[in-house]
Design a protein around this ligand. Structure first.
Ligand SMILES: [Zn+2]
Ligand SMILES: [Zn+2]
Length: 138
């Protein structure tokens, strides 16, 4: 296989290498969606699409869904199914806690919790003091 040309990557994500490690064919759509997801974690397809289109002009909602579904089956992408909220996605990687904002529905990283559980509370935008707060476990 000829060496892939080194393109500027957002951050340090090598989406091509991730795809190959997962045994998936490397396509432009897959690379762009994974790289966009690395920059925009915890996003819905609707939120992700304009960013994907910045780089892949004719990307369709369907194409983004397809890449994400493939990524989920291959273990590259984590999908958050939260009742009453649109599905959100992130790249799998270091485990971190999540805070689902009960006010605006935003899914935020909660650095103080090691496990990938989803806690509810107020996100940094909605909390009066600007710091995300998880509600105590019930
Ligand atoms: Zn909020
Ligand atoms: Zn996350």
């Amino acid at each position: 296989m000829p060496p892939t040309p080194t393109l500027p990557q957002p951050g340090n994500l090598d989406a091509g290498a991730r795809l190959r490690r997962a045994g998936l064919r490397v396509t432009t759509a897959r690379q762009v969606v994974l790289e966009t997801l690395a920059e925009q974690p915890h996003t819905t397809v609707a939120e992700l699409l304009p960013h994907v289109r910045d780089r892949l002009r004719f990307a369709s909602t369907r194409a983004v869904h397809d890449v994400l579904a493939t990524g989920v089956s291959a273990g590259l992408v984590r999908r958050f199914d939260t009742v009453g909220v649109a599905q959100r996605y992130e790249l799998t990687g270091p485990e971190h806690g999540h805070l689902l904002c009960t006010n605006c529905g935003r899914l935020d990283t909660l650095g103080t919790h090691e496990e990938a559980a989803i806690h509810t509370g107020l996100c940094s935008h909605c909390a009066p003091d600007g710091h995300a707060h998880a509600e105590p476990a019930r």
